[in-house]
Design a protein around this ligand. Structure first.
Ligand code: PRX
Length: 647
């Protein structure tokens, strides 16, 4: 087998060195830690336009969960992402849109973006949306999803984007939790040639949300949809009547910008709350330095706007920097597995940012699809969402990047707003599989489970000491939950939920979640959410879900279900349950395997022992451990003998 290099020094990062080198990284990092307020004030002035300067740079007390950055400072996020660029860039492309069908694309200039966003903002106002109101956005990857987000930001409304792959139950619970009065959606979406009924899902969700008075429908396919004149609003018809000017609302840096729901280990998804000033600064600054973004370049992040990566690195960060950002509606394998590379070729993409799961899937079909495309425009590659295995890293580096494009492996989370640990082109070596070093102002720490800080080379819980501007400020509607989930464990530190190893050079290697959160194809999923969906089915009494290693998806979903007394095991029921999860939660959350479990392994106090369930799902029976503390050890024998052995 070919030997894989374990480190690529800075010097080999041929095509990207613009802003920093190792010395500059060290000096800037040092200042950001030793004099954070001076450092961040300089950055806030450089990156953003303010109507009024802040009263204090940072005002943070993690012990009382009170986090403020630039408070008293006034700005508008949409002004920073659009209006201020009009002086010099009105006719430059802001968004390149590439449709699901390769013949469908368009370019939107900064001036056009301005006009669309203003009209959208005026439509929201006409429907009664005011500063501070919440708007749910459930849309395909079309430019209008960006217009909708920026229109909210323009008038001070708080958006809550729900990933278009989620289904009814997920939409309904998010609308209710954030008390949204308006939903923005499309008739249908197109993914890989398949039509997905977005409005049908919204209609079903909204039927149980009496607070929703308007559903703004952007036509995408023109497909037939049910129409309720009382609440449905035809976007195209209405915006045509509205002016392309809308004064941006003056916002405090600490006013909310958006809520984005994310899965935790327990309970319902949490509404992660980000605010205007710190978030935008952090997104813009990381976008420039991590991707070494230079004016005029074409930048493509393949994420969906329904996740934080799409928020920070398709729309807010790039647009704040006046970049050209590519918005892709489709999937990597449609019409064939060469689609990513054809799009890079067609639009002469310079910076390309995707997830390891996509790289693994495309690597598995061989090199020929990559070789058919001219990828000479590529200058820098990035990954996000999960650890990348060295084989996939090397394929990405050698076959896609032709040994000439640095790879940035970016570790971060919905809660962190932007990238916290990464390699930096021209400044930090690349080690395949390692996330890298902290970004400016970020102080990672490793703790053992008793709360002791680990120094030097070691492995433990990854915590972040102190605050940074992009940090979440709260869990929407439940500040106590914010404190309990992230700040209570080791006071003064933010708990990431990840484990990590620090090597002899101070590089961080993420080892994965330490809680019951799964990472399926780069999508974060709570086992509790899938379990809740399963138990909604009338045949299911109880369910337990665990992850197992999956070659392409990173993790697969393995569910154990205990049936009601009156239900009967059958193959049809298994199929029905799988489809039921797809219908309730979304196709991407479908269990790969469901095993009938007459009983689940529980402690005497009734707690499910997931460790044992994980081992059985992984077919790792040698280390099942001590089962004598179980209320009924015999259930394990049953599960082991009926386990589904998979490849
Ligand atoms: O476990 C880590 C993993 O994804 C989790 C965050 O998921 P989410 O909030 O959906 O945000 C994903 C995109 C930022 C983390 O707790 N993760 C993210 N990036 C990496 C990663 N694991 C390893 N390496 C990464 N680069």
């Amino acid at each position: 087998m070919k030997e894989l290099k374990s480190s690529y020094p800075v010097l080999e990062q041929a095509k990207a060195h613009t802003y920093i080198n190792s010395d500059k990284y060290d000096a800037m990092y040092k200042q950001s830690i030793e004099q954070p307020d001076i450092f961040w004030a300089e950055q806030a002035e450089e990156f953003l336009d303010w109507y009024k300067p802040w009263d204090s740079v940072s005002d943070v007390d993690l012990k009382t969960a009170d986090i403020k950055w630039f408070s008293g400072g006034k700005l508008n996020v949409s002004y920073n992402c659009i209006d201020r660029h009009l002086v010099s860039k009105a006719n430059d492309t802001a968004i390149i849109w590439e449709g699901d069908d390769p013949s469908d694309d368009k370019k939107i200039t900064y001036q056009e973006l301005h006009d669309h966003v203003c009209r959208f903002a005026n439509l929201l106002k006409a429907r009664g949306v005011k500063k501070g109101d919440r708007v749910c956005i459930y849309m395909p990857m079309i430019p209008e999803i960006g217009y909708a987000m920026l229109a909210c930001a323009r008038i001070g409304a708080v958006h809550s984007v729900v990933f278009g792959g989620f289904s009814t139950e997920a939409i309904r619970s998010r609308i209710i939790d954030a008390d949204c009065k308006v939903v923005v959606t499309s008739d249908e979406s197109l993914r890989g040639g398949r039509v997905i009924p977005l409005k049908v899902n919204v209609d079903a969700a909204v039927a149980d949300c009496p607070g929703v008075h308007s559903v703004i429908v952007v036509q995408r396919t023109g497909g037939d949809v049910a129409w309720n004149d009382k609440i449905d609003v035809n976007y195209q018809e209405e915006v045509a009547k509205l002016p392309a000017a809308c004064e941006p609302e003056v916002m405090d840096a600490e006013d909310p910008l958006f809520i984005l729901y994310t899965s935790g280990s327990t309970g319902t998804p949490k509404g992660v709350l980000h605010t205007c000033g710190g978030y935008l600064l952090y997104a813009a600054m990381t976008h420039k330095y991590v991707f070494d973004y230079k004016e005029g370049e074409i930048y493509w992040c393949t994420a969906d706007a329904g996740w934080i990566t799409g928020h920070s690195y398709i729309f807010y960060g790039p647009l704040a920097n006046g970049a050209t950002t590519l918005v892709f509606e489709g999937v990597p394998t449609y019409p064939d597995a060469g689609r990513f590379w054809q799009v890079c070729d067609k639009h002469q993409v310079n910076v390309f940012y995707t997830a390891p799961t996509a790289i693994r899937a495309l690597m598995s079909v061989g090199d020929s699809f990559v070789e058919k495309a001219d990828l000479s425009s590529l200058r820098l590659l990035g990954t996000v969402g999960e650890p990348i295995n060295p084989e996939a890293w090397h394929w990405y580096y050698e076959v896609v990047g032709k040994n000439n494009c640095p790879i940035v492996d970016t570790w971060w989370q919905t809660e962190t707003g932007g990238i916290l640990i990464t390699s930096l082109p021209g400044a930090v070596d690349m080690k395949p599989g390692a996330a890298g070093k902290p970004f400016f102002g970020v102080k990672p720490a490793l703790f053992d489970k008793d709360g002791n800080t680990l120094e030097g080379e070691d492995q433990g819980l990854l915590m972040i000491t102190g605050s940074w501007p992009g940090q979440l400020r709260s869990v929407y509607g439940d500040h106590e939950r914010f404190y309990q989930t992230y700040l209570s464990q080791y006071p003064g530190n933010y708990f990431t939920g990840d484990g990590a190893r620090r090597d002899e050079d101070g590089f961080y290697w993420i080892t994965g979640r330490v809680d019951d959160v799964l990472n399926v194809s780069g999508h974060r999923l709570g086992t509790a959410e899938i379990e809740s969906a399963l138990v909604l089915h009338p045949a299911v009494a109880e369910a337990a879900v665990v992850g197992y290693p999956h070659e392409i998806k990173g993790q697969g979903v393995y569910a154990y279900v205990t049936l009601m007394n009156n239900a009967t095991e059958s193959d049809e029921l298994l199929k029905e349950l799988t489809e039921f999860v797809a219908k309730e939660l979304g196709r991407f959350a479908k269990p790969d395997y469901i095993q009938y479990a007459p009983g689940l392994p529980k402690t005497r106090s009734g707690k499910i022992m997931r460790r044992i369930l994980r081992k059985i799902a992984e077919n790792d029976l040698d280390t099942l451990g001590d089962t004598s503390t179980l209320a009924d050890p015999a259930v394990v024998d049953n599960l082991v003998s009926n386990r589904i052995v998979h490849g």
